[in-house]
Design a protein around this ligand. Sequence first.
Ligand code: GL4
Length: 826
Amino acid sequence: MPKGPGNKSCHNVRTDCTAPGLRQAVLDNLYYVSGNTPVTASAQDWYDAVAYCVRDRMLKAWNEGIERITKALDLRAVAYLSAEFLIGPQLGSNVLALGIAEPLREALATLGQDLDAIVDGEHEPGLGNGGLGRLAACYMDSMATLGVPAIGYGIHYEFGMFTQTIRDGWQVEMADKWLRQGFPWEIVQHEFAVEVGLGGSTETFLDAGGRLRVRWNPEKRILAVPHDIPVIGYGGTFCNVLRLWSAEAVDAFDFGSFSSGDYGKAVEEKILSETISKVLYPNDEPYQGKVLRLGQQYFFVSASLRDMLRVQQMLGKPLDTFHTTFAIQLNDTHPAVAVAELMRLLVDGHGMEWERAWAVTTKCFSYTNHTLLPEALEKWPVELFGGLLPRHLEIIYEINRRFLEEVRAAYPGDEGLAARLSLIDEASPRSVRMAHLAVVGSHAVNGVAALHTELLKTHVMQDFAALTPQKFCNVTNGVTPRRFLALCNPRLAACITSRIGPAWINRFEEEIGKLEAFADDPGFQAQWRGIKRENKAALSALAEKHLGVALNPDAVFDVQVKRVHEYKRQHLNILRVIALYSAIKRDPGAEFSPLAVLFGGKAAPGYFMAKRVIKLIHNVAQVINGDPDVGGRLTVAYIPNFNVRVGQVVYPAADISQQISLAGKEASGTGNMKFGINGAVTMGTLDGANVEMRQCVGEENFFLFGLTAPEVVEVKRNGYDPRAYAATDPVLGQALDMIASGAFSAGDREIFRPIVDNLLYQDEYMVLADFASYMHCQALVMEACRDTARFTRMSILNVARLGKFSSDRSIRDYCRDIWNITPELG
Ligand code: GL4
């Protein structure tokens, strides 16, 4: 009889995937891991017992995955460097990947436990702000599913994204203690810990061969300890790892101080060291030039590169083939200091010639840009940078000197161009431009949607695109259909599978189109609507429980969930709601089909205007929901603490998806895709990936409004005057007046004045310019919703035609156009 882990024929308590085997494994874990019996176990104990049972079943693929990267000489792996990985709850997705939901459910039922309740009870690790961090997690899922060897490198923040609570309509932040109950999915690998230096100074010396070398003498050292989280692909056979570094003191405490009785000083160093990975910066788009943030970036980048070099040496491969072992992807500029760090490691650490080191470096790196907002492009004051990373600043100056030499050779006399391209911004205070470092140090640069890449090439990075056009390419974002359809919408998933089979789950782009054949089938349509209604009822139950707001599952669910930011224009949405409310008030007897407008999202804690918009939405909700003239036909609700887990309930319940950023501002958006593949129809502008989504679903299945990106530029050039719009559009004028006059603040005219004044006198994101077009679109949406068969067809076609927006397609694009890696599966 064959034996060994993973052999399903032998009844090994750690690998057996039958219901009786799983039952025994859960009981064993309960007893031996948590020290409990079914009688004494808490909900958390049950969760842990099930999680460890599932984790055991991932270990064969996990160990094989690590061996794959550390043994195969001819293998190129992706190193995905990202300051954020918003991985979401783990239990449900791992169970799905392993395909053990049914036996596990059965096993737990015999123990009086409900798998869904245990899955729902998980506290997710919030190690990201929003789209950028979630994209990294979707890409990890797709790489594992497609069989692309990869390591995700990031930071093991002790406190992730804050928990949002709402008090009297205001956002209140609370610390996210996600590790309080432990995290069963990670394995700490102390043996791979590395020391990272910070501060200090540099010195030159002559090496044994008489060559001039540089040595960095850091002022302090911090220990980076890897925490490994398995990322298993759909099917359960291929597993990659997410390696997150946490900061520890090199020495637990200072014995000198301890012995002399100064206990506070003895642990001071430890506390300082640990602050590096203490907390995630909660700003989505704008960066903040804080020294701790640069410390975090360098900390995880240095540890990750040293980890890769360790693998290279373990393989016995020479350093100048490093790029054949790793394709290093920079997820935005947050890890861009890696360019300087790899140069330092090769040149200072291993004595490699500058030119050879530079060739290796540029062949390793590629860079993804995720933003068009100028204030989000990272710049570090030279003084701050040099204080923390003196050697890296010297290296950046040298990279820049050589780079500008090439620029001047190609464009003699064009000093303006050299200044614009320089890695150093000479304006006071002089600063290091991280995006320029990333572009110069990479062989490929990509935007995240066709429009975004175009705008990068023609505006934001125009000079670089002219200099090295071959570097620039587009990879439109995608989302994983495992988590964002199969897992979060089991009813719809089963319905789809019943018609086209299950292959869509890992071959979404190829298979989902087969659904189109059923778009007009009345039986299928009725089933489709029934599922949407059940999903809406599930969300209503949640809203009732947590908010005390009753949502009518027969209403149209119109949803905007995303970070709260002026460019995303939640205030445009609420102005629309106010206008609809006024219309009802003017003529309460007129027909108005039930509409539930839902919002959700966090504002950066220091973002004054965004926090005030949250308050405005709450106040408007209170007035409308309580008005007997409305009679429940229009309801407004704010879903607190929007995160991956909440998203998994919200996306399946939406009829209309609000994607209303000002054209030219949203790099891609990925919420738009998550809504779309769950059958919501988009109401949106021609921004980010909306443009491509509309092309795919067809213009008749998309509600378009607003200025285009070129029109935005044009209107601004001609002198945009928001007041003119307010003066000439009575609906808009009245909506603004209502806010200003205190109609939503018990007569208080001050509280929302900053919002109204900003809209009237500045309106950077052109809310007033797009308002009329938005209202016109709203009328078309309401008309379409009344025609049930037509709207259901639109909904089905949105799912059937969005195959392109699977992150599997994005990863194939990266493999082919940027990484030169052939996926092993699929
Ligand atoms: C973002 C963009 O704002 C968003 O449009 C994009 O979808 C996402 C992933 O590419 O990246 N950039 C930043 S910063 N945060 C984001 O969510």
